[in-house]
Each structure stands twice: as structure tokens, then as C-alpha cells.
Write a protein that binds this ligand. Structure first.
Ligand code: 2P0
Length: 351
């Protein structure tokens, strides 16, 4: 019998067009509203994680970008490892198919090919990769939907990175979180000429973490209640726009939702500022680009969205990428688009 088991997986980042912001359960990462994202191409912004289980290991350990991180008992990483072990145990009990790896400790080595914690969704690809990697080492045949329930407990947005294409995270109603999981709205092939131009405005670690920021919002912002009220209709409209490949509607909804999310951040006490002057200048530029485009009867051709940081993601159709990159480079010669452009992820459903 092998004395160690190992697997390596690469999992892409997702960028939300209807944002997750606010938890109704901090312990289980249950959101106050549903969200919807586009998973980027696997070869672009991604996390690559290797898991090795060995009977020689004395404890679970994690290295992130070459630096060892402490795995806190009961913390997010530990929760994901323990939940995956439980899943393995349940599988063994059902199919009488034992596998020693889940009895042993695991060493995890994880690399992001982009700035960590700069509002580019590193925790999303990170926890999705962790869960996907353990499922592979443990030879578990679970679907992305089942794994999304565990990845969600690492980081809410991680549940969406287990699918390619267009992915909803349904908030669910159950207190135990059993129905708060990811669902593929449309595959990567459905609308494959959507691209994302990523403009890294800053690669510094963000000042307010998403977890603490959204807690503060839930506790202090009256405006979040209005957001909770309006998101269900927005989700339905977004799903319709994706089904119809209606970029004009997709763009308007994406920008509206990004602006509403940042308004809610500003309504938090003390206020949270994720966007900076360069971010705001990019907003103005995209609106000007769209204004001309609408005058030419071409509708919206670009949609910005900003996460918990100043970096812009500009969604557009492939035929418009060149115009948008040229425009950004013209007005911001010092701010390079990060690795040019990103296609939606051509993913797989099962690990
Ligand atoms: C999103 N963000 O939908 C939103 C938009 C940031 C802004 O999900 O506390 O790192 O780990 O569940 O998933 C970032 O929050 O938060 C996020 P936790 P997470 O992508």
C-alpha cells in the first residue's frame, strides 16, 4: 500500500456580477443575499494546490505562496479539512471502500498566480482548490454542488469557483446551511465570447477584510436592508440576461450592482472605502465609452465591477476587448491591465 497519497488541482477565480455582502450566520458563512458570478479561465487567475497525506505527518500544515500559515483548530481551513474527512467517512460507510489518506494528516501547498487579498477573490479560488484537491486525494466522486457546501464554509464566494461558466450561489433558507450552495446558471460554452479585462489598480493587501467589513455593514447599515430586498429581482433579471446573451442588460445590471454594493459599504459605520480615485476614474471612462456606444446604437459595450478592493474588472464581448484595453492604456499608461484579458473558465463539473 502507498505510504502517501497526493493530488494537485488548479481552480480559477470567480468575479461576481451580483455581489455577496453580508452574513446571516458567521459560523456557517450563510449570506443575507444570493449572488452570481462568472468563473474566469482556469489558465488565468487561479490557485494551484497540492495536498499530500502521509502516515509520517504529525499534523495538518499549510503553505500559502511559500510561507507557512498556522491552521487554527476550528478555523476555516481546519473546518474544510474536517468536513472533507467526514464526507470520506460517510462514503466509506456507504460503499465499504476504505482509503487510508483520510486517516492521515495532510500537508497543503497553495500558490496564487495573482496578488493575494487585493480584492481579486483569492479566498474564492483558494478554498475551492483546497476542497477540490482533498476530494481528489480521497477519491471522492462528489459533485461540485456537494463540494460547494464545504467550500462555502471556508469562504462564501469559494462555493461559486467549483463550477465553470455563470454560477449562482443560492442563499437558502435552512438554518444548518444545507441549501446554501452553488448552482451553474449556464455553462462556459453557452456564452463563450464574454471576456474580462482586469485592471490592477493596486496589489496591496486590502485595509478592511471582507469578513469584518460585511459584519460591520450588517450591524450598522440601514441601506443593506434595501439591498436584501432588491437582490432577488436582480438575480432573476441577470439569469434572464445570461440566458438571452443580452450583453446590454448584463452590463447595466453588473454596474448597478457594483455601485449598490459600494454604496452599502459607504453606508457602513465607520464607512468602508474600497474604491479609490483611479477606480472612480475608470468608472467615468467606462460610462463615457458606453455613452458614445449607445449614441451609435450599439448599446452598452463594457461593464465595470469592483470587489472589496480598488481593482476593476471590465466585462465585455471579445470583439470589444481591443478597444477597451486601448482606451484604458491610453488614459492610464502607468496602470497595466493584468495579463491582458480573461475568457470564462472552461471547467468541469466533477473533480
Ligand atoms: C463577491 N465579495 O460576491 C463579494 C463581492 C467581495 C465583494 O465574496 O467572509 O472572501 O470569506 O465569506 O467570500 C468576498 O468575500 O468572504 C466576496 P467570507 P469572501 O465576490
Amino acid at each position: 500500500m502507498a505510504d502517501y497519497w497526493q493530488a494537485t488541482v488548479t481552480t480559477p477565480v470567480n468575479i461576481a456580477v451580483i455581489k455577496y455582502w453580508g452574513k446571516r450566520s458567521v459560523a456557517l458563512n450563510l449570506p443575507t443575499n444570493a449572488s452570481l458570478s462568472v468563473t474566469l479561465h482556469q489558465d488565468q487567475l487561479c490557485t494551484t494546490t497540492t495536498a499530500q497525506c502521509s502516515k509520517e505527518f504529525a499534523s495538518d500544515r499549510l503553505w500559502l505562496n511559500g510561507k507557512e500559515e498556522v491552521i487554527k483548530p476550528g478555523g476555516r481551513t481546519d473546518t474544510c479539512i474536517q468536513e472533507m474527512k467526514k464526507l470520506r467517512k460517510a462514503y466509506e460507510d456507504k460503499y465499504e471502500d476504505p482509503h487510508p489518506a483520510s486517516e492521515w494528516h495532510v500537508h497543503l501547498c497553495s500558490f496564487n498566480n495573482f496578488p493575494t487579498a487585493a480584492g481579486l477573490a483569492s479566498s474564492a479560488s483558494g478554498y475551492a482548490a483546497l476542497v477540490h484537491c482533498l476530494a481528489t486525494v480521497y477519491r471522492l466522486p462528489n459533485t461540485s454542488t456537494e463540494l460547494s457546501l464545504i467550500a462555502r464554509q471556508g469562504s462564501g464566494s469559494a462555493c461559486r469557483s467549483l463550477f465553470g461558466g455563470f454560477v449562482a450561489w443560492d442563499m437558502g433558507v435552512n438554518e444548518d446551511g444545507s441549501d446554501s450552495k452553488a448552482r451553474q446558471v449556464a455553462s462556459e460554452d453557452h456564452w463563450d465570447d464574454i471576456n474580462a479585462v482586469i485592471c490592477v489598480v493596486s496589489d496591496e493587501k486590502k485595509g478592511t477584510s471582507s469578513t469584518s467589513g460585511m459584519q460591520r455593514t450588517v450591524e450598522t447599515s440601514p441601506l443593506i436592508q434595501e439591498r436584501i430586498r432588491l437582490v432577488p429581482a436582480r438575480m432573476a433579471e441577470m439569469e434572464r440576461a445570461i440566458a438571452a446573451q443580452d450583453f446590454d442588460a448584463f452590463a447595466q445590471l453588473t454596474m448597478k450592482d457594483s455601485n449598490n454594493f459600494h454604496a452599502v459599504c459607504l453606508d457602513t459605520s465607520p464607512p468602508i472605502f474600497y474604491m479609490n480615485d483611479v477606480s472612480r476614474a475608470l468608472v467615468a471612462l467606462v460610462h463615457e465609452f458606453n455613452r458614445v456606444s449607445i449614441l451609435q446604437k450599439r448599446g452598452h459595450r463594457a461593464a465595470y465591477t469592483f470587489d472589496a478592493g480598488p481593482n476593476a474588472v471590465i466585462y465585455c464581448l471579445r470583439r470589444n476587448v481591443k478597444d477597451i484595453v486601448n482606451m484604458v492604456m491610453h488614459y492610464f499608461p502607468q496602470a497595466e491591465p493584468f495579463k491582458d484579458t480573461y475568457k470564462v473558465f472552461y471547467g468541469k463539473d466533477t473533480p
